[in-house]
Design a protein. Structure first.
Ligand code: SF4
Length: 483
């Protein structure tokens, strides 16, 4: 079982959205994210000092990212002292080489995976499959999208776009189970199949929500118990950690354990919080610290707060663009506002320069972020970079288009000339031998506007005097809307 869809670059709206053409998908995605947002907000509103928590978390993360070099060394020293092997990886290829080497050394034939967006960055399922190693996702949502041959549509709830009926059909088709859409029966089926996988696996992989530098501890929060089973049952555990996950002290952990579940799922605490202090007897623990573009963020001082993200998904749930477009439209691992500010750094503006424009700048993302990342300003900053550096938004056609637009907007007579041309163009459209809806993505799904009446200026030229006189007598016809 492995994901059939591979990372397709990050060209917003040009990537794989086929699954969302299912009639129920956009509706269930929009309704569920909206419901989650409201529920989580109600939980947060019950805490009178939540804003103080957010500010404290912002300060801790600011310190951690500014001192990342020291904290990584401290973390490595402390966890190595407890039997772990720490490996660094500059990019996905190096991380995958480490994992394949570990698998070869321990003669691993199958791997159980706890949820990790980092492993999505590595396309680890695909890499393992090519090496002849079976990889099975154990988080229920990830298990479902893996069976369906899809990619996660959301970082916290990967199968949020699928209904219970969709999952029932999937389990019947792929696992040969009787069809059901009862939640408890579906989870029983998944649990039964996954138990076999834990027992057979030679290696378990996991992500990590926080890495505590002063104690050398991995912290994993989850709700299904699969994180505990994946990390403790197999004889080898490989933890994949983005370098930005460092917290300087264990003393700060309660603050983040208060913020993350409330903002992510509206829980006071997740069902399980695993603290892994090193290798347990009889098990090998490998820790892979991955950069994969994160140090690019550090090179841009105006953008470093993007590394403060604790992957709660609140900004995704709050985003009206995500609610309509879904996660795959963002073309890479991280969808929604966090994807729009992080992906351009991780894969390059030349690949993902369109993502910062996938926002209405309504500001909802910044308001809900538990670590106070100013996402709207980050988006504007990246837009500025995207139009000035090599990116899809800085092509000669874009530059020419905006120069022409700027010229027409540069004076009243030019503006009038442009509007006369627009009016004429819209009127002439009906005489075209082909429907202008075929012009491409811009007109697909949009109606051309009706031709407006004359502009207010020309109406005033013709009727202004009479209108002024009529103010003292009968009312003249109301001026038409501005054209
Ligand atoms: S940017 Fe903020 S709201 Fe969005 S996922 Fe990260 S921590 Fe959560």
């Amino acid at each position: 079982m492995s994901s059939q869809l591979h990372l397709a670059g990050a060209a917003f709206l040009k990537s794989l959205t086929a699954g969302l053409s299912e009639p129920s998908a956009p509706k269930s995605l929009g309704a569920t994210t909206e419901r989650s947002s409201k529920h989580n907000q109600a939980v947060i509103d019950a805490i009178p000092y939540f804003q103080e928590w957010r500010e404290a978390a912002r300060q801790v993360k600011t310190y951690a990212i500014a001192n990342l070099d020291k904290l990584l060394v401290e973390f490595e020293r402390n966890i190595t002292a407890r039997g772990a092997t720490v490996l660094y990886a500059q990019d996905a290829a190096e991380a995958n080489r480490h994992i394949l080497d570990i698998a070869a050394e321990h003669e691993v034939k199958s791997v159980v995976k706890a949820k990790s967006m980092l492993s999505e960055e590595l396309e680890l399922n695909h890499v393992l499959e090519e090496a002849g190693i079976r990889a099975v996702e154990t988080d229920l949502g990830e298990y479902i999208v893996q069976l369906a041959g899809q990619r996660p549509v959301h970082i916290v709830t990967p199968a949020i776009h699928m209904s219970a009926a969709d999952v029932g059909r999937l389990f019947a088709e792929k696992l040969g189970e009787p069809y059901s859409e009862e939640h408890s029966k579906l989870t029983d089926i998944a649990r039964r199949h996954l138990r076999e996988e834990y027992l057979a696996a030679g290696m378990g992989t996991s992500g990590c929500n926080f890495a505590l530098a002063d104690t050398g501890t991995l912290v994993i929060v989850e709700n299904e118990g699969n994180g505990g089973l994946s990390t403790s049952t197999p004889p080898v555990h490989v933890a994949l950690i983005g370098i930005e996950k460092m917290l300087p002290k264990a003393a700060y952990l309660p603050l983040f354990l208060n913020l993350l579940p409330r903002s992510g799922t509206g829980q006071k605490l997740t069902s399980y919080t695993h603290l892994i202090h090193g290798a347990t007897p009889g098990q090998k623990l490998y820790v892979i610290l991955l950069d994969n573009g994160r140090s690019n963020v550090l090179k841009d001082p105006a953008a470093t707060s993007a590394l403060h993200c604790i992957r709660c998904g609140a900004c995704i749930n709050a985003c009206p663009v995500y609610r309509r477009a879904g996660g795959w439209a963002y073309g890479w691992v991280y969808p929604g506002p966090i994807g729009s500010i992080l992906t351009p750094h991780l894969v390059g503006l030349d690949q993902a320069g369109k993502l910062p424009f996938a926002s209405s700048l309504c500001g909802a993302c910044g308001e809900v972020c538990p670590v106070k990342i100013d996402i709207p300003h980050q988006l504007v900053h990246l837009r500025h970079r995207a139009v000035n550096e090599p990116s899809p938004m800085n092509s000669w056609t874009e530059r020419l288009t905006w120069r022409v637009w700027a010229w027409f907007m540069g004076g009243p007579s030019r503006y009038k000339l442009m509007m006369a041309g627009v009016r004429m163009g819209v009127r002439m459209a009906k005489f075209l031998p082909w429907h202008p809806g075929k012009l491409g993505a811009w007109t697909r799904g949009r109606e051309l506007p009706k031709v407006p009446g004359p502009a207010f200026r020309s109406w005033w030229r013709r009727h202004g005097n009479q209108y002024t006189q009529d103010q003292e007598g009968a009312r003249s016809p109301l001026p038409p809307g501005e054209g």
